[in-house]
Design a protein around this ligand. Structure first.
Ligand SMILES: *Cc1c(COP(=O)(O)O)cnc(C)c1O
Length: 367
């Protein structure tokens, strides 16, 4: 079985066996040391040098998105959301749920985010920008420099969900003036799902500390910020994932640190795209992340069926696409433990699956 999915991804053998080795109880100096070590390495990979500015939650990425809305926004705020797919839409839903005023820039399928989209929102009363810097739903990678400049010009907090860009695309919080970054364990870090991380600028920490009432007790960031200098969390952390993280940080170090890792992901991504074009697959034209490649199908081939054949017959998993694009698009990830041999095999089996779907009509019932 091989996973070319976007998260959880194909994990590394040394990470997979961590669970069997056992671990210490988390209320101990030994565990605190692991946390302090790993979080400081992770902060530097994020490009954040503010001490004790990275917290982690026993939760999936969406919980960190929701906690961010609740902890960092209040009645005086007005947010602007880049809504270019399912994850942008999720920020809109969370802001609405928590009664925070917002507007959104809604992109249509295939529409690239440009400066023109931002023009109507210059010099207005927006206090913060929310963006999934790589909109995983479509694969579009937004221009971080353009959004960073926009936030600086308009004195807005720059709040970035980098869950699917981190360790696949260049990212640096201080270089781009990012105030808050959300990442999670099951994407670029190639760990088990269940842990989300949030990294803050000094300015954002001050804002969080100035809000006295947060409606969620469990997700009150202040508690996490108080505990993190001693390598602890208010509640039980995902202990095993912290061990896995240590292992992955070593893997990244051996690859030559962040730059080496980014080079390797990019090389796999480019290799796949070259091979995919050779067999006539269609890849969208908007700017893409190196994390994944969306493959677009014409009406005569159903993407969902191709995915099922690939899975059932060849034991290779790629991602379907939710919503309107479910029958049109499949997504192949480049961040897991996969080699060029695996990619060659994927391409071969993708071709066979496409042929099979073209020959037969309606193989699978729609769920
Ligand atoms: C995967 C992902 C998430 C998190 O989704 P969960 O299922 O809650 O882990 C959030 N944002 C983006 C851009 C993602 O790719």
């Amino acid at each position: 079985m091989k996973l070319f999915t976007i998260g959880p991804v194909e994990m590394y053998p040394s990470t997979k066996i961590i669970r069997d080795k056992g671990f210490v109880h988390f209320r101990s100096n030994e565990f605190s040391e692991i946390v302090n070590f790993s979080l400081s390495k992770l902060s530097s990979l994020l490009g954040n040098s503010v001490k004790n500015s990275l917290i982690y939650l026993s939760a999936s990425g969406t919980a960190a998105m929701e906690a961010t809305v609740e902890n960092c926004m209040d009645d005086n705020d007005k947010a602007l959301v880049i809504n270019g797919g399912a994850f942008g839409h999720r920020f809109c839903e969370l802001l609405k749920y928590h009664n925070i005023r917002f507007d959104s820039i809604d992109l249509k399928w295939n529409e690239e985010l440009t400066k023109e989209h931002l023009l109507p929102y210059e010099n207005k009363d927006y206090t913060s920008l929310f963006v999934n810097i790589h909109e995983t739903h479509t694969g579009q990678l937004y221009d971080i420099k353009m959004l960073s400049d926009f936030c600086k010009r308009n004195n807005m907090y720059f709040i970035v969900d980098a869950i699917s860009a981190f360790l696949a695309d260049e990212y640096d919080m201080e270089k781009y003036g990012v105030d808050l970054t959300i990442i999670s364990s099951q994407k670029g870090l190639c760990l088990s799902p269940g842990c989300a991380f949030v990294s803050f600028s000094k300015k954002m920490i001050d804002k969080i500390n100035s809000k006295d009432k947060v409606s969620s007790k469990y997700f009150d960031f202040k508690d996490y910020l108080i505990n993190i200098p001693r390598g602890q969390t208010p509640y039980t952390p995902p202990v095993c994932i912290m061990y896995e993280l240590q292992d992955m940080l070593n893997i990244i170090e051996r690859e030559g640190g962040k730059d080496g890792r980014l080079r390797n992901v990019k090389a796999k991504c480019e290799y796949f795209r070259k091979k995919a074009k050779e067999i006539g697959l269609k890849i969208p034209n908007y700017p893409l992340s190196n994390m994944l490649t969306p493959v677009e199908f014409d009406d005569d081939t159903n993407a969902y069926d191709v995915i099922q054949v690939l899975k059932d017959k060849y034991k290779i998993f790629v991602n379907p696409c939710g919503g309107d694009m479910a029958n049109k698009l499949l997504r192949v990830s480049h961040i897991g433990n996969t080699t060029t041999d695996d990619i060659d095999n994927l391409i071969e089996k993708l071709q066979l699956s496409i042929n099979e779907v073209k020959e037969k009509e309606l193989i699978y019932d729609r769920k």
